[in-house]
Design a protein around this ligand. Structure first.
Ligand code: PAP
Length: 342
């Protein structure tokens, strides 16, 4: 199998329909509604959202085993996103905030200079629980306690109960659906195996609008976290990609406060906040060797796939005015009445 560039194409393991799924997962997905996936051959609807089989395996395992004990790990932070909303950026920023005492110098020896953010902040349902087969592996809860920063693409409804009920903090980041859709479409075009039937932009658009997109429906995913963030603002911080681009200083300060490590006056005077923003900027990260040529071992994806344009409004360059109107209308119908607009 080769990509358009003649290089061997990499079809990430977690996006394939795997042979080695647990029996529990097989039994479960055999009962679920099924659709053609964007990259995975098939996706399945579980608790209202569309996931590939590997995610469902991780999700089931995570729901069963994730134990959040406030007395041990009350400093766990979860970064939640629907794919292509700025996950890589949020991972880099939050990692830098939390580890700034250990790595105060963002120009030397900082892990982000040599590791893609996805390696530093694992996904709960893919990297931690994705390969756990109930019949074979005992999960050692200590694995969870060693680190305090994780990410997830799961919908709010599917998060483990103990995570929702504990004092773990959740940061949710969302992005304009037009830009999210185009980013997703571009990403899927790169990753899709050649064996899979090619579909046009129109066909993917139709699927996205119907809600059949990775971890979609987009609008319900956003709404789940938005509503919770209104009810429990100390538990869930709701961020928007566009605001992070337009007001990075303000948002980074808010994020630092929310996760319990506000900037001190000395740090601000020394330019620590600006250093972190610069380190995590699209231009800086995308030009690092590790992100130009490396492959994420946790995800089996080329690091450069996570960096494309990183702009607000890029989606509109690819969409017809009818498509833009249609997406805006769905947003209007589903989100505006809840006080959320893009
Ligand atoms: P993931 O969900 O697969 O991890 P995610 O990081 O959420 O992907 O989304 C990738 C998008 O974030 C890309 O957007 P684009 O396709 O519109 O360009 C990528 O360029 C953008 N991105 C990655 N890193 C940054 C960054 N440091 N600043 C701003 N945008 C970024």
């Amino acid at each position: 199998m080769s990509s358009q560039l003649g290089q061997p194409s990499l079809v990430p393991k977690h996006l394939q329909d795997d042979e080695d799924l647990s029996q529990e997962c097989r039994d479960m997905i055999s009962t679920l509604p099924k659709e053609q996936g964007w990259v995975a051959n098939h996706v399945y609807q579980y608790q209202g959202f569309w996931y590939n089989p590997r995610q469902i395996q991780g999700l089931l395992s995570c729901q069963k085993h994730f134990q959040s004990h406030d007395h041990i790990n009350n400093d766990i932070i979860i970064l939640a996103t629907i794919p292509k909303s700025g996950t890589t950026w949020l991972k880099a920023l939050t990692f830098s905030l939390l580890n700034r005492n250990t790595y105060p110098n963002t120009h030397e020896n900082h892990p982000l200079l040599t590791s893609n953010p996805h390696l530093l902040v694992p996904f709960l349902e893919l990297n931690l629980f994705g390969n756990y087969d109930d019949d074979k592996v005992e999960i050692n809860p200590n694995n969870l306690i060693k680190s305090s920063l994780f990410a997830t693409h799961l919908a709010y409804v599917s998060l483990p109960k103990s995570l929702k009920e504990s004092s773990c903090k959740i940061v949710y980041l969302c992005r304009d659906p037009k830009d999210t859709f185009i980013s997703l479409w571009q990403f899927a075009n790169k990753l899709r195996p050649e064996t899979q039937v090619k579909k046009s932009l129109d066909e993917y658009f139709e699927q996205f609008c119907k809600g059949v997109s990775p971890c979609g429906p987009f609008w319900e995913h956003v709404l789940g976290y938005w509503k919770e963030s209104l009810e429990r603002p100390k538990k869930i911080k709701f961020l928007r990609y566009e605001q992070m681009k337009l007001h990075p200083t303000l948002i980074l300060k808010e994020l630092a406060e929310f996760i319990g490590c506000p900037f001190s006056k000395e740090e601000l005077d020394e330019g620590m906040l600006e250093d972190i923003l610069k380190l995590c900027s699209f231009d800086n990260l995308s030009n690092l060797e590790v992100n130009k040529t490396g492959i994420s071992p946790l995800l089996d994806i080329e690091n450069k796939s996570f960096f494309r344009r990183g702009e607000i409004g890029d989606g509109e360059k690819f969409l017809s005015s009818e498509m833009i109107g249609q997406l805006n209308k769905i947003t209007e119908n589903k989100l505006v009445k809840h006080g959320l607009r893009f």
